[in-house]
Structure formats: structure tokens, C-alpha cells
Ligand binder design. Structure first.
Ligand code: GCO
Length: 470
């Protein structure tokens, strides 16, 4: 019964994203983002009405944020840069000095205390001006993103060694353009796949740019963060086992295959399904675009690490609905249920199933040639309150599952809690709290207070051990 321990070079961090914490949505020359627009036009979609106009006001209180990071003793802080804050129109010809000043200050404050910045270039907040030009469905978005990346690399390459190009391309394309669950809320059926291709190419171009212009001199790493929850069949029936394979194909392999598989293309099962359904729906060609040999070459191996955002496991069943309307969801064509014995968080979609992280890691080891992994997000939501026993339990169980995965050969370098503090959980507003620190959104300075889980995380980072009792 020997105790498992994280090695001394294993890194621990916490994560946030710009829209969810910064506030100051129109201050000092920041441009409008697609989330600003969506929430201002549709305030009713937010559970408690609280949007990101103020959020945690980290734009003003970043020093307090860094103080919290020091209290926790984390090795790194994963945060994102708001594209419209630094390039209000999306394009580099107009650069917002004051916007950059904020990130200069934050990065310098982190470095002063030896906390490594891990910077995400894109966490869902596209400049509205680029959305007006079609957003990620416009093939030119590949160049827009590369140009933006170049400006940011130029500016911070000597200070930032960990980069994440895009956060959750799979959510961006399937939720924002498909299920209409995220801004800009467009539902077109074809655009999910155009988005998929463009976002992946945008990532790859930014990666190649870094590789060519900065890597030798600055020795940084550039990765991408994927939303990778695990999926198991609801029961052992052949049809549900097959439905699960299809589900994994669309939700995992479609996005990973182009970067880390041997063939370096979209997965053939997904290609077959979309081609067949497109034909039935009267399209002259598959709604899933083709990747040219040149694009495949650009994409293959285009990341130094795989960032995994992992929260839960879903159970998959076949669905008898035969929907003719073209969309990602209908292409996948399954029904999702949650394990009825699994503990429920404050978010409807989130239940605790730590074994799923272990199984995911085995799946990735078997199917992909990824270089190394960072868990770039894992977290749990609660109601307000400092005694967040369920978060502590969830974190412990998942960290134990992670230790097991590492023992069995998964190459994981770091683990990141979502989130440092309560923030704007998209449409859920502040009704679902993910923070190690509680935020009092009513108070003038958005007061932050450590929860029990913050103290437990600190002790885990100190001791490298995940105790059972506390
Ligand atoms: C992400 C996530 C975060 C969420 C978190 C909890 O894509 O990185 O959407 O922004 O707040 O996953 O749902």
C-alpha cells in the first residue's frame, strides 16, 4: 500500500480566461468581443444576469490575483490575452497600448514572484469586428490569427515560455457554430466543419511561426488545449458500444487526428459518416472539408504539448431520431446520459467520474503520438460558500486517478485547476462557482476569499501527496 507521490518536477497551476475575469470590457480602448455583443444583446440568456462587463475586475485587481497565486504556491498561472483588448479591430494596424500595458503589468508581477506565465492566445473572445467578417468560418481567419499571434509573440517572447494557441477548438466550432450554445450563436450545419478546419490551421500556422522565428532563441513551448471529457457506452450492447466509438470519433479524434495521428487527416469514420449524411441531405459534396496534402503536413506534429481540459465522463446511447437537418450533433447522432451514481456538481453537465481521466489517458496513449500532456483545466462547481467539501473530494479523486495514469506511462507534466477564483461561467453567469477563491461580486473591490479547497491544494503542492483525510 505504498503512497503515490507527484515527482518534484511535476508542475501545479491554476487557470482563468480573459472574458471570465478581467471586466473593464470597454475601458482604455478595448474593442468589443463576440461575448460582449452576445450578452449585451441577449441579457436574458444569463442565469443570474451577470455578464463579463465587470466580472472579477482583474483588470484592476491583478495584484491581488498574483497574491493569491503566491498563497497557493503554484508554479504557473494560465490566463488568456483578450484579442480585442490589444487589437481592438482584430488587425495589427491598430494596437492598443493601454491594453498591452495591462498584460505587461500582469506578466511582470508574475515573474517578480517566480510564477511562470502560461498564456492562451484565444479563449473564445473573438473581436466582434472579425465576426462581422465571418469569424472562424471565413478562411482568412487563419491569417488573422497568425498576424495576431505574431504581435503577441514579438512582444512577450522573452518573458513567456508556455503558449497555448487556442482553447477548445472543439467547443468553439461545435457549440458556437453548431449547437448555438456559445457566442456568436450561429447555427448553420456546414459552418462547424469549416470552423474546425480554419481553427486547426490557424493553430498550426501560429505554431510554425513560433517554431521558425522564436524557438531557437527563446526555447518556449507551444501547445493547444482540447476539451477532452471521456465517453463510455451506457451499457455493453453492441449498438451502444458502436455509438460510443462514433461519439469519440467526432468529439476526440476529429480534432486530435490531424495533429498527432499517423495519417494526419480527419478520421476516416467521421469522413464516411458526414459524406453519407451530406449526400442524403442533398449536398453535392461532404460538409466536412478536405485537408490538402500541404495542410496535412502543416498540421501534423504542430504542438509541443497536448493541453487537456477534462471535467467529466458521459455515457452514450444510440438515438432513434433520424434528423435530416445538417449539423454536427445530428451527424454524431447519439444520446448522452450521466452516470446516476456519480456525484452531481452545481453544473447540470458536470458529475464526478475520476476513472474517466484514467481511461482517457490510456486511450490517448494507444491512439496518439502526442509529445507530452498538461492538464490545462480540471475543476468542479459549487454554490457560494467557503466550505467546499465536494470540490476537495473531487480534486483528490481526480489527482489520484492522474497519479495512476502517470504510473501507467502517461507523460503528464502539469495539472491546472479551473479556476483560481469564481468568475463568469458564460451563460451560467456567476450561478456556478468554480473558484478555489470565492469572489464577492457585490462588493466594491470584488473581494476574494480562500475556500477550504485553496488550503488543501496548497498542501498538495507543498507535499506532493494527495492525502485521504484532512
Ligand atoms: C473552457 C471552459 C472554461 C469554463 C470551464 C467550466 O473552455 O476552457 O469553457 O472557460 O469556465 O470549463 O465550465
Amino acid at each position: 500500500n505504498r503512497q503515490r507521490k507527484f515527482s518534484n518536477d511535476f508542475k501545479f497551476g491554476v487557470s482563468t480566461s480573459a472574458y471570465q475575469v478581467e471586466g473593464a470590457w470597454n475601458v482604455d480602448g478595448k474593442g468589443e468581443s463576440i461575448w460582449d455583443r452576445y450578452f449585451h444583446d441577449n441579457p436574458k440568456v444569463i442565469t443570474d444576469g451577470r455578464n463579463g462587463d465587470e466580472a472579477c475586475d482583474s483588470y484592476y485587481y491583478y495584484k491581488r490575483d498574483v497574491e493569491m497565486l503566491r498563497e497557493l504556491g503554484v508554479d504557473y498561472y494560465r490566463f488568456s490575452i483578450s484579442w480585442p483588448r490589444v487589437l481592438p479591430s482584430g488587425f495589427p494596424n491598430e494596437q492598443n497600448k493601454l491594453g498591452f500595458q495591462y498584460y505587461d503589468n500582469l506578466i511582470d508581477e508574475l515573474l517578480k514572484y517566480n510564477i511562470t506565465p502560461m498564456v492562451t492566445l484565444y479563449h473564445f473572445d473573438l473581436p466582434q469586428k472579425l465576426q462581422d467578417l465571418g469569424g472562424w468560418v471565413n478562411p482568412l481567419s487563419v491569417d488573422w490569427f497568425e498576424d495576431y499571434a505574431k504581435v503577441v509573440f514579438d512582444k512577450y517572447t522573452s518573458k513567456v515560455k508556455y503558449w497555448i494557441t487556442v482553447n477548445q477548438p472543439n467547443s468553439i466550432c461545435t457549440s458556437a457554430y453548431g449547437e448555438a450554445a456559445m457566442a456568436p450563436v450561429l447555427n448553420k450545419g456546414v459552418s462547424e466543419y469549416e470552423c474546425t478546419k480554419n481553427v486547426l490551421l490557424a493553430h498550426a500556422k501560429a505554431y510554425r511561426l513560433y517554431e521558425k522565428e522564436y524557438k531557437n532563441k527563446y526555447k518556449g513551448s507551444v501547445g493547444i488545449s482540447m476539451s477532452l471529457n471521456w465517453a463510455d457506452p451506457a451499457d455493453n450492447s453492441t449498438e451502444n458500444v458502436e455509438a460510443t466509438e462514433v461519439f469519440r470519433g467526432f468529439n476526440i479524434d476529429l480534432f486530435l487526428n490531424p495533429i498527432w495521428s499517423k495519417t494526419g487527416d480527419f478520421p476516416s469514420t467521421v469522413k464516411k459518416i458526414v459524406a453519407k449524411k451530406s449526400k442524403q441531405q442533398g449536398f453535392s459534396e461532404s460538409r466536412l472539408p478536405v485537408l490538402s496534402p500541404k495542410e496535412i503536413k502543416l498540421l501534423r506534429g504542430s504542438a509541443d504539448f497536448l493541453g487537456i481540459n477534462h471535467y467529466t465522463t458521459v455515457l452514450v446511447k444510440t438515438s432513434d431520431e433520424d434528423v435530416q437537418s445538417p449539423s454536427f450533433v445530428n451527424d454524431v447522432g447519439v444520446e448522452i446520459v450521466l452516470g446516476d451514481k456519480w456525484k452531481q456538481s452545481q453544473s447540470a453537465w458536470l458529475r464526478s467520474a475520476p476513472y474517466g481521466l484514467y481511461k482517457l489517458s490510456i486511450y490517448l496513449n494507444q491512439n496518439y503520438d502526442y509529445p507530452t500532456i498538461f492538464i490545462t483545466e480540471h475543476g468542479w462547481s459549487t454554490k457560494p460558500g467557503l466550505r467546499d467539501r465536494s470540490r476537495v473530494e473531487n480534486m483528490r479523486q481526480y489527482l489520484n486517478a492522474l497519479l495512476l495514469a502517470i504510473e501507467d506511462g502517461t507523460n503528464v507534466k502539469g495539472y491546472t485547476v479551473w479556476s483560481l477564483m469564481d468568475n463568469v461561467e458564460w451563460q451560467a453567469g456567476t450561478s456556478e462557482r468554480f473558484g478555489l477563491y470565492e469572489v464577492d461580486f457585490e462588493s466594491k473591490d470584488k473581494k476574494r476569499t480562500a475556500r477550504m479547497s485553496a488550503l488543501v491544494y496548497k498542501r498538495i503542492i507543498d507535499t506532493r501527496i494527495v492525502e485521504e483525510d484532512w
